[in-house]
Design a binder for this molecule. Sequence first.
Ligand SMILES: NC(=O)c1ccc[n+]([C@@H]2O[C@H](COP(=O)([O-])OP(=O)(O)OC[C@H]3O[C@@H](n4cnc5c(N)ncnc54)[C@H](O)[C@@H]3O)[C@@H](O)[C@H]2O)c1
Length: 333
Amino acid sequence: MTGSIEDTYRNQPVLVTGGLGFIGSNLARRLADLGACVTVVDSLVPQYGGNLFNLAGYEDRVRINIADMRDIHSMDYLVRGRSYLFNLAGQVSHLDSMTDPHTDLEINCRAQLSLLEACRRNNPEVKIIYSGTRQIYGRPRRLPVDETHPPDPVDVNGVNKLAGEWYHLVYHRSYGLNTVSLRLTNTYGPRLRVRDARQTFLGWWLRQIVEGQTLKIFGDGEQKRDFNHVSDVVEALLLAGAHSPGGEIYNLGADEAVSLNHLAALLIELNGGGNCEWQPFPPERKAIDIGDYQGNYGRIHQALGWRPRVSLREGLCQTLEYYRQHWQHYWDE
Ligand SMILES: NC(=O)c1ccc[n+]([C@@H]2O[C@H](COP(=O)([O-])OP(=O)(O)OC[C@H]3O[C@@H](n4cnc5c(N)ncnc54)[C@H](O)[C@@H]3O)[C@@H](O)[C@H]2O)c1
C-alpha cells in the first residue's frame, strides 16, 4: 500500500451517491475534512435516511445534487470527471423490500446498472466503492461469517443487494471498471435514521430511549449481532477506495457479537435509566430474521489493515449524546 488517506483524497473530485443518508453523509463530511472536492447525489425520498441536516456545517464544502440514481441522464452527467465514486444509495429496509419488492428492485438493481453504464460510457477510469451487505448470507451456517460463506438471502433486499454487488463485479471483469464491494454489517452512529423501526431496530431503540419509552425486544433477545460504528465503516470505505485493487469483496465485522438483551441493558445503563420488555416476533419479521450473525473481517484486515476501533460502549455513548442534542432534526415532537 502506498500513500496516506490524506494524500489520496486531497483535491480529488469525489461523488457520493446516497450522500444525504446515514453512512453517505458521514463519509462526505470526512472526505471534505480530507480536502476532497465532494459532490453528493441523493433523491431525498422521505421514507429513507436522507436528511439535509446530516450535512449541517458543511454546506459550503460539499455540493448537494438532489437527483435520483434511476435517472440515467442525471447519472451520465454526474459521474463525469470524478476520480472516486462511493456508491451508498440504496433502499435499506428489509421489511419494505417484502411489501414493496419492485421499488427495492428498481433502486438496488436497476439504478445500480444505470450508474455502472454511466461510468462505462462517461468515466471508465473512476474507482467505485459499493456498499454491499451481510444480508446476502441469510441465516449463517457457521460463525463468524467469512466471504466464502455461500449467499443464501432470506429477503428480497438481500437478493437485490447481491445482484447490485455482482453487477459491479461483472463490470470489472467484462469492462475493466475499477470496482470494489464492502459487505457492511449493522452500522450505527450519528445521522442514522431513527424516525421509526423501518430501517434498523437500533435506530428505533435510540429514539425510544432518548424519549423515555420502553424498548421492545422481539423473541427471547438472545439473538446475537455485531455492530460497527459509522466512523469505522467510513474508514473502511476510504481504505478500499485508496488501496484495494478492483474486483475485490470484503466483509466488515466486529470483534464480538452481543445479544439484543445485552445491547438493551447497555443502552439503559448509558442512558442512566430506562426499561425494556419482550414481545413475540411479529410474523413478518420472524420470516426474514437471520438469527445470530458475526462477520469475519480478517480479509480486509490482511489486505488493507482495517479493523474496528470504536467500542460499542464508546460509540453508543457518543450516539446518544448526538440525538439528545439534535433530536428535533430526526423526529417530530
Ligand atoms: N446501515 C447499515 O447498517 C447497513 C448495513 C449493510 C449495508 N448498508 C448499505 O449501505 C448503504 C447506505 O445505507 P444507510 O444506512 O446510510 O441508509 P440511508 O437510508 O440512511 O441512506 C441511503 C441514501 O440513499 C438515498 N437513495 C435511495 N434511493 C436513491 C436513489 N434512487 N437515488 C438517489 N439516492 C437514493 C436515500 O435518500 C438515502 O439518503 C445502503 O446501500 C445499504 O444497503 C447499510
